[in-house]
Design a protein around this ligand. Structure first.
Ligand SMILES: [Zn+2]
Length: 244
């Protein structure tokens, strides 16, 4: 298994103009795509990681106001928590099943509460559907709706490099995230099975290590999900919420 192991506070240029900014504590990773036309963030991490995120972006030469689009892979707090610092000037986007939860402040499923009484309501400007595309010139991101972890989970497929940003849908080694309130093991198996029809060179998940063995990861993820349905013990399930 060829994985890229990460240490704390790491920024990695995975490809020219595609950066990984590793999440601290319970935060998801944040990915920056510095495209010909727009600067795009994939996920924003937890609220309390914002200072670290801002510093990391500055070290790449990007200010907060330089971000044009934020794409949330799903509705959980550790992926949307810093949206509020971007939403006045950037377009916030998420699958419509995630967008409805974020924009109605449905904290029971997003698990997001800033604790800031003056905080403006979270907004989602673009409600995405399956096969929606972001044509960014040097990058093209296709939205693949992959319900399972949650109903509003998406993966983002970069067509030129055939790389997949997976949020909490697929991890290195095929570890499962927990199946959240709106999720479904059946949906999960179906979603991963669909992903196996794509040519994918690498996966870039929302937590943990990168992987250049996506076919192995997908087969293992399906195996683990089927084992969950069969009530088998010892299934490889990673709960980043509990781990934080
Ligand atoms: Zn999640």
């Amino acid at each position: 298994m060829k994985n890229c192991s990460l240490s704390d506070n790491q920024i990695i240029e995975l490809h020219p103009d595609i950066f990984l900014i590793k999440g601290k504590d319970s935060s998801s990773h944040v990915y920056l795509l510095r495209s010909d036309y727009k600067n795009v963030l994939i996920d924003s991490g937890v609220d309390k990681n914002f200072t670290n995120l801002r510093q990391s972006l500055l070290s790449i030469g990007i200010k907060i106001r330089d971000i044009d689009i934020v794409i949330n892979t799903h509705e959980h707090f550790d992926h949307i928590g810093a949206n509020r610092y971007f939403q006045e000037h950037a377009l916030i986007s998420a699958h419509r099943f995630a967008a409805v939860k974020i924009s109605t402040q449905d904290k029971y499923v997003t698990l997001y509460e800033s604790g800031d009484l003056n905080e403006p309501a979270l907004r989602v400007h673009l409600w995405l559907e399956n096969r929606f595309r972001f044509d960014l010139g040097n990058f093209v991101l296709e939205v693949i709706h992959t319900p399972g972890h949650t109903s509003g989970s998406i993966c983002l497929y970069e067509l030129n490099r055939k790389i997949l940003f997976t949020g909490d849908t697929l991890f290195a080694g095929g570890a499962l995230s927990y199946i959240a309130e709106s999720g479904s093991v059946g949906d999960y198996i179906y979603s991963i099975s669909h992903l196996t029809t794509r040519k994918i060179n690498a996966i870039y998940p929302g937590h943990g290590d990168m992987s250049e063995k996506p076919e192995d990861d997908m087969q293992k993820a399906i195996m683990h999900a089927k084992a969950l349905l069969n009530n088998e013990t010892g299934v490889n399930v990673t709960n980043f919420r509990e781990a934080s």
